[in-house]
Design a protein around this ligand. Structure first.
Ligand SMILES: [Zn+2]
Length: 124
């Protein structure tokens, strides 16, 4: 019982959704990379100009906020990539913990889900 038991049409639908999410995450990532470069340059300038730069702490705060968002998007992208890989190897929709099928309703709500609802509850 390792097959996904999903129809090819269902799999194709999830794959399309995951690919769309991937494209979206990559777009946001590219956007953030641009912003991060700007912040980095601004920070370098500030340090070079004046040690007592009043903008210093604000810059650092913005930096860490953006870093956190960036880490989130990267994690999301990694999740989506793993889900796409599971579609390719036929293990998509199977709980990675107990091997049971993850319900389509759960995958609809969260296409990157790796655990069935029971295992997800226990993992908390
Ligand atoms: Zn499970």
């Amino acid at each position: 019982m390792t097959a996904t038991m999903m129809t090819p049409a269902q799999l194709a639908r999830f794959e399309a959704r995951l690919l769309a999410e991937r494209a979206d995450a990559e777009e946001r990532l590219a956007e953030f990379d641009g912003v991060m470069t700007e912040v980095r340059i601004a920070r370098t300038d500030a340090t070079a100009d004046d040690e007592h730069d009043p903008e210093g702490p604000t810059m650092t705060q913005e930096w860490s906020q953006r870093s956190a968002v960036l880490a989130d998007v990267r994690a999301e992208l990694a999740d989506v990539d793993r889900a796409i890989a599971r579609i390719a190897n036929g293990s998509y929709g199977v709980c990675t913990n107990c091997g049971k099928r993850i319900t389509v309703a759960r995958l609809d709500a969260r296409p990157t889900a790796e655990l069935c609802i029971d295992c997800a509850r226990q993992a908390r």
